[in-house]
Design a protein around this ligand. Structure first.
Ligand code: HEM
Length: 565
């Protein structure tokens, strides 16, 4: 009945319709889809075709294909749950993202699942979101960029020495995750780690830990679906001993990560108390200290005001301006997760693509040599952020081109909640009913041949660069029109770590290409060409697990050699 009602509602909207007998968030489907999907795909007459789109992240590697087949930048999938509308018109995408605070909000059914350790800036709406964003985003400023830059250079030097020793590197993704986590920890928590030491680091057994901070966090991020499922199962009266091994591991990772965070928060509060709770300590402008200082100060003020109001016989004020402890943990988790998984995978994809297509290494190498021979300093240790970052445009082009095809977030879900919304698609107005999930299809927008040409699916970094006649320097052209390239989305909820990620990526790539070259390691009797084709297939065999990742990254073997003078 619900399916029928939804079908009628979809007809009224007027976009082409696809049908799916399952709602992709149905718990029974979530548990059985991996087993059922291969069987469904064998059904005759395309009966099981729906299963190709019945999971989060199906948009990769579909790209623009479904839109092209339906000859439309918008279509609706009818399910027995809620309607799903997919949008690949740049103007509509911009419009939806701009109206994020009122008209197209985040669906509680989808985002509450990400409250693994508490509500946070990514999962909330309206005034609550404004409060989270106001408190958490300010530390990610230009002063922070300098820390990101320096830490990324330092970590890259260490990683490369390690990779040179290894010879055949099969851990590019794992090591990029460690590198990015260290940069994030330095810039957001003020904690410094050495890449080398962390490789052999053991859990803090003295404090009763059985996992390291990094392993606990990575277990959660790499198995986000399982973490979400565990939070559902946890509410059921099932004894711990009866949980499958995977669930027990997840419980351990969540508990361990939470214990690390509580300890860090405790330590930071002690440090704040000893330096005076003024919030003016310049060295401590990182996420952790800002979260705690602003929250604790605001909490004190709110308490004092509530006491005053109470003595005057007024009702307690409802305007909360701080984060509760649970919200502090929620935000520390989401910044930790969103802040290193995304950038790490972008680095890993880019490095692997550079190994497959070495001609682009020469291309960036020229830029890096030019920028760092102009007095900025030959040694990466002396590279100055302000002088070098803006000039490393080809390095940025490599990042943009990688994000265009391998965007960590392949579609952005929004929700009409209780109200009906007007939306213009390709100049025509449509009426979107309440309780509709509307997905900005990033993977499709990034490959729509109308904007990217016939080679939209090819990784070609030079498409971002144009020669500027006046300065005789290479410059990056912005994608036009707005909405065509939105890996960080846009509007009020644009990613607060956009600049952070750009600075980190460019530092890592410049440090690599200034002195090193990377190639694919051949297997058996493979020719160079065959090995590149094989590795490209591994790259393309990716899926969304929280963000887009290669399914089998450890099958890629890379070799780093020092660049000849
Ligand atoms: C290449 C790197 C990155 C990409 C492609 C990326 C992409 C995105 C996207 C698409 C969103 C919107 C998600 C949604 O609306 O559901 C987002 C939100 C967010 N990102 Fe990033 N991100 C990156 C790096 C970072 C970094 C380095 C940080 C932190 C240091 C970060 C923190 C966040 C947070 C907290 C949000 C939620 C913001 C809000 O809802 O107001 N991201 N990011």
């Amino acid at each position: 009945l619900k399916f029928y009602q939804n079908y009628k509602a979809a007809q009224k909207i007027g976009f082409p319709i696809l049908a799916s007998p399952v709602d992709k968030l149905n718990p029974f489907w979530l548990l059985t889809k991996d087993f059922l999907t291969p069987l469904l795909r064998c059904l005759p007459f395309g009966l099981g075709e729906f299963s190709q789109r019945a999971y989060m992240g199906w948009n990769f590697p579909d790209f623009y294909k479904t839109h092209a087949r339906l000859k439309s930048d918008a279509f609706t999938i009818v399910t027995p749950g809620e309607l799903e509308v997919y949008i690949a018109d740049p103007e509509s995408a911009e419009d939806i993202l701009k109206r994020a605070q009122t008209d197209f909000v985040k669906s509680p059914a989808l985002y509450d699942m990400l409250n693994l350790l508490g509500q946070n800036v990514n999962t909330t709406n309206g005034k609550t979101w404004q409060r989270h964003r106001r408190i958490t985003a300010p530390p990610f400023n230009e002063r922070n960029s300098v820390i990101v830059w320096q830490e990324a250079l330092k970590q890259t030097r260490e990683v490369l020495e390690f990779w040179e020793e290894l010879g055949n590197v099969r851990t590019t993704t794992d090591d990029s995750m460690t590198l990015a986590l260290h940069v994030l920890m330095a810039a957001s928590l003020g904690v410094n780690y050495s890449f080398r030491e962390s490789l052999n680091s053991k859990p803090q057994t003295t404090s009763g830990h059985t996992l390291t901070y990094r392993d606990a966090l990575n277990t959660i991020i790499r198995n986000m679906g399982l973490a979400i499922l565990f939070r559902m199962v946890e509410k059921l009266p099932i004894p711990n001993a009866m949980l499958p091994a995977k669930m027990k591991n997840m419980k351990l990772a969540l508990d361990e990560f939470y214990r690390y965070l509580t300890q860090m928060v405790k330590d930071e509060r002690v440090a704040i108390a000893s330096t005076g709770n003024t919030g003016s300590n310049a060295d401590k402008a990182n996420l952790m200290s800002v979260l705690l200082r602003s929250s604790d100060q605001a909490k004190e003020k709110a308490k004092a005001r509530a006491n005053l109001e109470a003595t005057m016989g007024n009702k307690s004020p409802t305007n909360i301006a701080y984060l509760s402890d649970e919200e502090v943990y929620g935000n520390l988790f989401i910044y930790n997760a969103a802040g290193h998984d995304t950038t790490a995978n972008t680095i890993s994809y880019a490095v692997t693509l550079l190994a497959i297509y070495p001609e682009w290494q020469k291309w960036i190498g020229e830029e890096v040599d030019k920028v760092f021979s102009d007095g900025v300093g030959k040694d990466a240790g002396q590279w100055d952020y302000e002088k070098s970052f803006p000039r490393l445009r080809k390095c940025q082009a490599i990042m943009f081109e990688t994000l265009r095809l391998y965007s960590p977030v392949v579609s952005v879900p929004r929700y009409t909640a209780h109200s009906r919304q007007k939306l213009s698609v390709n100049g025509k107005s449509y009426d979107i009913p309440p309780r509709t999930n509307i997905f900005v299809n990033i993977a499709a927008l990034h490959t729509n041949p109308r904007y990217w040409g016939n080679d939209a699916l090819a990784w070609r970094p030079s498409r971002w660069i144009t020669k500027s006649t006046s300065l005789d320097e290479d410059t990056i052209i912005e994608a036009q029109p707005p909405g065509v390239f939105i890996p960080w989305t846009s509007g009020p909820r644009v990613c607060p770590g956009k600049k952070f990620a750009q600075v980190e990526f460019v530092a890592v790539l410049a440090a690599m290409m200034s002195s090193w070259r990377v190639g694919v390691v051949r297997e058996g009797a493979e020719t160079q060409e065959q090995s590149r084709t094989r590795v490209l297939q591994i790259v393309q065999n990716s899926k969304v697990e929280f963000t887009l990742k290669m399914k089998k990254p450890n099958r890629v073997g890379l070799k780093w050699t020092r660049k000849s003078k």
